[in-house]
Design a protein around this ligand. Sequence first.
Ligand SMILES: O=c1ccn([C@@H]2O[C@H](COP(=O)(O)O)[C@@H](O)[C@H]2O)c(=O)[nH]1
Length: 274
Amino acid sequence: MTFTEMLRDATTQNQSLLCVGLDPEPSRFPQALRGDAHRIYDFCAAIVDATADLANSFKPQIAYFAAHGAEDQLERLMRHMRASAPHVPVILDAKRGDIGSTAEQYAKEAFERYGADAVTLSPFMGFDSVEPYLQYHGKGAFLLCRTSNPGGNDLQAQRLADIDGQPLLYEHVARLAQGPWNTNGQLGLVVGATYPAEIERVRALAPTLPLLIPGVGAQGGDAVATVRAGLTQEGLIAVNSSRAILYASSADDFAQAARTAALATRDTLNAARA
Ligand SMILES: O=c1ccn([C@@H]2O[C@H](COP(=O)(O)O)[C@@H](O)[C@H]2O)c(=O)[nH]1
């Protein structure tokens, strides 16, 4: 089954557009685990178990594991997600982007070492930096397009005077991903929930691509406007929330509180469907 098929099935089965983000920060763990980087797996596995029937995807952010030398715990978590929530695809948020030979190693890391179903990539270095990931047929690759941070404007909103129609950079990325770069139908785009008008623009340029949309919750993005701008019959969306779910409670009831927060976000997203 391809990543896109998995995302579609999980969206239907769990009646959800929500991507639960896994950004484990030990200093924010509940008292019993607080500050203990050896408990990253335990914390994340509890969140996964509490939300597996509410999400259309999970998104572990690799930096939160690597910063603590906890790659072994990420490997274990990936195995846990495959075993306990096999119907929910996992997007490894790594934002890789490098020359082809190095990209081959990053692709191997994402898809062979960690067994991710999809990965996030920076398109800045061009098609040959993306192409190695597309050799893994059926796996997904989300290109950063219009990111959720204010500084995204610095480059992504610049006009490309030498390209037909003089598109903005993020518009050009959307066109490439919908068209010539999408050689095997594996590409998707990252667009921030903090910029619903840009989501609408990206959706117009890339009508069939899955969109990964971070920025609701802690970053204050508009969940309702996001769904209205991004969701179409053919175009799937995975709306990510990390901190607002993970740290809904700092007490022993953190997993139950995460479930309650995920449920509320899922319901808000579903209520916005046309
Ligand atoms: O444009 C982007 C791309 C990726 N992210 C990532 O999503 C989550 C957001 O976390 P919250 O706690 O829900 O704010 C995080 O892993 C980012 O690295 C993004 O925010 N914006």
